[in-house]
Design a protein around this ligand. Sequence first.
Ligand code: BGC
Length: 903
Amino acid sequence: MKKDLLIAGWCILLSTWGATGQVTLQHLLTENLVNPLGINVAAPRFSWQLTAAQRNVQQAAWEIKLTAGKTAVWNSGKVNSAQSVQVPYAGNPLQPATKYSWQVRVWDTAGKVTPWSAPATFQTALSSPADWKAQWIIPGFTEESDRPAVLYRKTFTLPKKIRTATAYITAHGLYEAQINGQRVGDAYLTPGWTSYNKRLQYQVYDVTSLLVTGANAMGVTVGNGWYRGYLAWGGNKNSYGSDAGLLVQIAITFTDGSTQNLITDGTWKSSTGPIRYDEIYHGETVDTRAEKSGWTNAGFNDTDWSQTQTSDFSKDVLVTTYNEPVKKHETFKPIKVLTTPNGKTVLDFGQNLVGWVMVKAKGNSGDSIVIKHAEVLDKYGNFYTENLRVAKATATYILDGKEERTLEPHFSWFGFRYIQVEGYPGEINPDNFTAVALYSDMQPTGTFTCSQPLLNQLQHNIQWGQRGNFLDVPTDCPQRDERLGWTGDAQAFSRTASFNFGVNNFFAKWLHDVTADQRADGAVPHVIPNVLGPNSSASTGWADVCTIAPWNMYLAYGDKRILEEQYSSMKAWVGYMQAQSKNDLWQTGFHFGDWLFYRPFDDNDGKAAVTDKYLIAQCFYAHSTQLLINAAKQLGKTEDVTTYGELLQKVKAAFVNEYLTPNGRLVSPTQTAYVLALQFDMLPEALRAQAAARLVQNIKDYRNHLTTGFLGTPYLCHVLSRFGYTDMAYTLLLQETYPSWLYPVKMGATTIWERWDGQKPDSTFQTPGMNSFNHYAYGAIGDWMYRVIAGLDTYEDGPGYKHIKIQPHPGGGLTNAAATLQTYYGTVSSGWSTNGNELTVDVEVPANTTAAIYLPASPESTITESGIALSAQKDLQVATSDDQYVMVKAGSGKYHFVISGAH
Ligand code: BGC
């Protein structure tokens, strides 16, 4: 009813606006990617952006035409619809391994049609295991115990002129491929990490330009990686198998239309080369003396290489890659070369990052350069690696005495700001060391800036925490012997992540592994991919990633398919909690609880900030049930809406009965308890305001500090704002002594720390067993900075910023703040700035979206937009006002508001 009214309101508004001028179409995406290869969905979804100089541009209809070469495959005809994001293909079934091209044109609400867009392309993947002619191969020699990386090679002849060639490659381990001496693609750490025994990704490459008519060679190096390297703890390795397998298929089409396949089979050769050791945690040893010069070229003599063996490893588990691969990104030069008090040579790159250092060196044969990695220096200024636990995080390069060269690892990476260099031949020249950040190639989408430099540094740290830990899977940390897809951390950070970078496909891919590794009884493992065994499952706030992350992706990207694909997983998890409960109360099982909450006065008078774990469990039980209901509504599953609606009432009633006194005190009187109870609407309406007041009192009792851990922290400031305490939220955010977000910033952090007090003011460290300096979880405050400080948000009834909510919250002594977000529709931005009692608000609303803009003003304030009194501004409609905000409805365009006498 409410939604209908809203839509009707918009229609009236939009029909009064007439768009004139030229609309153009750009940023065409297929399955959210630019011209992707390897699409394996029956109905790929198409998105495009409308751009126009004028305001209030709305799409009224669209038309798509799709071709394969010169053959017309689908013409949608004119479809009356405003949808411009994730429009599904609706033609005849697409053929596998085929390149398609599409164009779109649209009509605006004034009936004006755009020219056809420039074409976008996509190529479909192999469609079934039978499409794989290639055989899995493994080395034909017995491997040494250290398992040097395996080299595979094959020489082959292509008799004719080549028109196109597509390579499909995957491995058991990590691979890097070359054809005729040139690297295939620019992705690293391929095939990425999935639950390999259920889903193994292959990558698709256009290799047309690498091949020649005549003799060719392909060489592929396979390292240990997640598949068979050390992973988790206790010397655990071979998580998925013990053989370094390779599977390659190259489909070549000649200009005369004939085809040929190059496939892995028993005719390939195998050997080892310069990579003598490679382990994710421990590092890599490259002995350049063992290099096989020219081994990926046709002329190379491989007579002393071993044959390969074929293997019947499954091809049923093969899936195409849906997310953006890991690539090299920013580079850093040392900002300082230090000699530490204990005499070590240390280079400081000025940024805690994840990747490796490229080292230029020339020396004698046998010279060995050893590079160790650390995030921090200790209080004396010495290189500190204790917090890496058993991870050796060491790159070793042994020189061959020949020309100068640049060395880097291939199958190991490090979380570091500092390196310690030993054995470097000659003087250390900082120019010879370049740190490069590697992470999933997600598009940067969000910016947040404000007048407070410490907050800007916090935003920087949050974004670098994301870069470092979005390396194909969302990890807890990137440096110690862990680096696992911890579900609790991922759910806490998922909404913030969706502001900073485009993570739609990143999460869609990882959520498939959540489903793959979810137990039959619905329990979701602590880490995904699950390498800890089936019993490490079902912790509250961790397992709930299966409801929280899909819902957050739906909100951020309007991606309904994520809800469709994850729905049964969501339902199974709620079912698990239901089965564990007695009288609707869930009080069984192991839970991490409010992990790493701050324990200020541990044994002082109940003020230890310990939140009952089952109280937390009941809150997340309700939350997951609510999100399941939300998803059911979107998917039209009305029966489930009713069934789970009833369950939700019972879960909340059981909570009230067990954990709330009649006067409204929670049995755990902690910040996290009040935050979760309020955020998830666990309390009767009448008792909410007093609960919020208790929360504020609790914060004051801790001298305006937070005490929350992984589960309470993401919602803390949101709850304060919702109940009218934005001032207190600002106080917490701007607090500079620990526990707080800015304390690490004051201590020089360049990423988010695992613990509030990872390094104490006297520079001593927290316990080394759990002290990462790059853990994104507490970076979840970023969501509040975007959505509340800058006020940039989406409505649930128009997710993915189709229907935008702009509501700035000036405060905290800031004089300005601004956020921008690249959405599928285009740029959304919201910025404000104060000057005396004048407030300016600048907003950008992309074409084909609408916005409700809440201007901080009282009815008495004077408001202008682009110099015109608001009441006279025909482009906007004043909808509501109270003593806090005047709300205007806007279509697309850039708006400049000046509010005099704001507050
Ligand atoms: C990880 C976390 C994770 C936790 C589970 C730690 O070792 O680093 O971030 O969520 O275990 O409590």
